[in-house]
Write a protein that binds this ligand. Structure first.
Ligand code: C5P
Length: 222
């Protein structure tokens, strides 16, 4: 509610996968369900924040009190996030942004020709976090790292390379991470590490919101 730990704060969250069209009926996507990001949006709203949720293509209801902006591709997500980031105290990047998109989108359904295969040329998508980090008055930056191995080492490297304030690392695969209800998170910042043991994503989101509120304390509102 209004008296919560994020009262008066503006929280921007991106969630879900991106879809990159190949032709009018096909796309490149990934297995992100959007659940973690939606849970963070819900928890932030419950903590009193004004929440903007930029959502990739997912089938999830909008949490109460959250302003949702639906996008499909990485470039659409980039534009929506950059637009809202300048007015945000914190940006939680929980989306699984596609790293590549087809260089050209075919205007018509691509047809088979004989027995041959098909080569797709891909172009790299913009790095949304990097561009938010370049803003003159950057919000507190919280990233996610979904890894299948060496979770902590990769997350630390990503924290530094992406100039994040906090990274939430989790193991994907083997019943954890994508497309599941439960998760565990390791929160890493320049000054410490904290393990949040396996719990429903909504519970982890509440704990993450608590950590974000602590880090925002003392910073002026955007
Ligand atoms: O995909 P990767 O593990 O590098 O993602 C790490 C973080 O960077 C995530 O928080 C993700 O939302 C963000 N990201 C981004 N723009 C991209 C790729 C990833 O903001 N193009």
């Amino acid at each position: 509610g209004r008296g919560g730990v994020l009262a008066g704060r503006r929280v921007l969250i991106s969630a879900g996968p991106t879809f990159e069209d190949i032709d009018p009926v096909r796309f490149l996507g990934n297995r992100s369900s959007g659940r973690m990001g939606f849970a963070v949006a819900e928890a932030a709203a419950e903590a009193g924040a004004e929440v903007v949720l930029v959502a990739g293509p997912v089938h999830l209801p909008t949490p109460a009190g959250v302003r949702r902006i639906d996008v499909r591709s990485a470039r659409q997500m980039h534009a929506a996030v950059l637009d809202a980031a300048v007015r945000s105290d914190v940006y939680v990047a929980a989306a699984a942004v596609g790293d590549f998109r087809p260089t050209e989108v075919a205007a018509h359904k691509i047809k088979k020709r004989g027995d041959g295969g098909l080569s797709l040329e891909l172009t790299q998508n913009p790095d949304i976090l990097a561009d938010v980090a370049d803003l003159p008055q950057r919000p507190l930056l919280v990233g996610f790292a979904a890894e299948t191995e060496n979770v902590e080492a990769y997350a630390r490297a990503k924290l530094e390379r992406k100039r994040l304030d906090l990274i939430a690392a989790n193991q994907v695969g083997g019943g954890l991470g994508f497309e599941v209800e439960d998760n565990s998170l390791t929160l890493i910042s320049a000054d410490g590490i904290r393990h949040l043991p396996t719990a429903p994503k909504r519970e982890l989101a509440r704990q993450l919101v608590g950590v974000i509120a602590e880090r925002l304390a003392g910073r002026a509102a955007a």
